[in-house]
Design a protein around this ligand. Structure first.
Ligand SMILES: Cc1ncc(COP(=O)(O)O)c(C=O)c1O
Length: 488
């Protein structure tokens, strides 16, 4: 019987002779270049200069590309649909205010799911009507604040929530416009039901279509003059690569529109949520995840797809699926909430390798100054390219494991990644960190990274590195009255 090898048995695999040793990063996929000394260059800025000037870990946002990607999404979606199209950026994806400001310049509105995000949207100058409030766990205070601020749309996640919103709105004599979030019981191709936010078995989100909750909600609304029904909301998962999934999940729409009509309601808005995959990275499939965790086999790279074509395919499929559900001339407003496909490719993370350990017969560990427990959580379930930022053309040499700085065995960025020989003090770039990296950072005793935006050869700081005072500010410590005063 063959004994299954443990991850440590197979850690250091030297490449076979004849393997193409050139790192085959297609830098242009991220709009990057190699500089005169072979270093990674973004918008005319040397990443090594940036790392020296701002320190690492450091997020670098490619400002013009981010704005261009966001604008491309809006114009492509509008070109595919005969009715009104609105695009709302989900703050949860990357809530760095400087990033949101760039995305907003492309004409995107806001989608928020917490009180902080609502306050941030107002602080950044979004008009109240430009804000959609969403989320499966809205507190009464958050609901009240949303209604008080006369936000554009309030999305109802459950029958219980609908009753609470109705009570609060009645007391306030303000009539919020609402969408009903539908759980269509749909699992996108290649996704397990636990990650499919539109699966009734895998996810609690939304009104359960199968058991008739949507019909029940529509009947409740007949008796709710304080609420303005506008239509339906869907969001079926994230990282979805096949345009057919977005369209297939909407196959319940004609029945819903009919049900609304029977309840005396007209559907004026269909919000299809987000979930469109980024073009330069991807989530592990369930099988890849199991294999990686059990055997340490890192899934292979993403091939990279054409952004314009991807946006066109998916918005074409969605536009048709929506239009099919309505009579000619009665098209509803179509809302998108894309996060990942806009933000992910236009940001990367610089980390310094602060130590290299090689253990005979075992392998090589590269110890980076940021890791899974601090700044790279999505590398646990997604494939991200890793580039040696100070020498992008150095040949690949071996499989190594990149770990973070925490004293915690699970602080692994990637196991068994084909890399060049990397030395202490060199800088790596983790690509595609624009979506769900800054949002999922955790402290664990390490200062959270700065974020710079680069454009036209200039860098500007849009988020400062966390400082001691910034961290201690919320704490009350007996011998420091000044701190106590600042939190009282
Ligand atoms: C309701 C809703 N809309 C939009 C998004 C954004 O998804 P993505 O970043 O995959 O586009 C999410 C992500 O969780 C979401 O829950």
């Amino acid at each position: 019987m063959t004994r299954l090898k443990s991850p440590t048995d197979i850690l250091p695999v030297k490449l076979n002779k004849g393997y193409d040793m050139k790192p085959n990063h297609n830098l242009s996929a991220w709009g990057l270049e190699s500089g005169s000394s072979g270093e990674l260059v973004a918008a005319g800025c040397s990443t090594i200069d940036l790392a020296g000037r701002y320190g690492t870990p450091l997020h670098v946002v490619h400002e013009r590309r981010l704005e261009d990607t966001a604008r491309r999404f809006v114009t492509t979606a509008q070109a595919q649909y005969a009715g009104i199209v609105s695009v709302h950026y989900p703050f949860k994806c990357n809530s760095v205010p400087g990033v949101i400001e760039i995305i907003r310049r492309a004409g995107l509105k806001a989608e928020v799911m917490t009180q902080y995000e609502l306050e941030l949207a107002l602080y950044l100058g979004f008009e109240n009507k430009e804000i959609i409030v969403n989320g499966p766990c809205k507190t009464e205070e958050f609901i009240r604040k949303s209604i008080e601020n006369r936000i554009g749309l309030l999305i109802v996640d459950s029958l219980e929530e609908l009753v609470v919103i109705r009570r609060i709105a009645d007391g306030m004599r303000t009539r919020p416009d609402i969408l009903l979030r539908i759980n269509p019981d749909y699992v996108p191709r290649g996704m397990n039901y636990g990650s499919a936010t539109g699966s009734r078995k895998g996810c609690a989100f939304g009104l359960d279509l199968k058991s008739g909750e949507a019909g029940h909600a529509l009947r409740l609304l007949q008796d709710s003059p304080g609420l303005g029904f506008k239509g339906f909301h869907f969001h079926i998962g994230t990282g979805i690569r096949d345009a057919r999934d977005h369209a297939d999940a909407l196959s319940c729409l004609p029945l819903l529109v009919e049900e609304a009509r029977r309840a005396g309601q007209m559907v004026q808005v269909v919000d299809v949520g987000g979930g469109i995959a980024a073009t330069t990275t991807r989530e592990f499939t369930s099988f890849e995840m199991l294999r990686y965790q059990a055997l340490g086999t890192l899934p292979s790279r993403n091939d990279g797809r054409d952004e314009e074509r991807c946006f066109a395919n998916v918005t074409h499929a969605i536009s048709h699926a929506v239009a099919r559900a309505f009579p000619k001339g009665e098209l509803p407003e179509l809302i998108y909430e894309p996060g990942r496909c806009i933000a992910s490719p236009n940001q990367f993370l610089l980390l310094t390798i602060n130590g290299v350990k090689t253990r005979a017969g075992v392998g090589t560990w590269l110890i980076a100054d940021g890791g899974l427990s601090t700044v790279t959580l999505p590398t646990y379930y997604e494939y991200h390219e890793v580039i040696l930022a100070n020498d992008v053309n150095r040949p690949l040499a071996e499989k190594a494991t990149i770990i973070g700085p925490a004293c915690f065995a699970g602080d692994v960025i990637y196991r068994n990644k084909f890399l060049p020989v990397i030395r202490k003090g060199e800088v790596i770039a983790i690509m595609d960190t624009g979506a769900y990296f800054t949002a999922l950072e955790s402290f664990f005793g390490f200062y959270q990274p700065a974020v710079v935006a680069v454009a036209d050869g200039q860098a500007r700081l849009i988020r400062a590195r966390e400082s001691f005072n910034g961290c201690i500010r919320r704490d009350v410590v007996s011998q420091h009255d000044t701190v106590k005063e600042s939190v009282s």
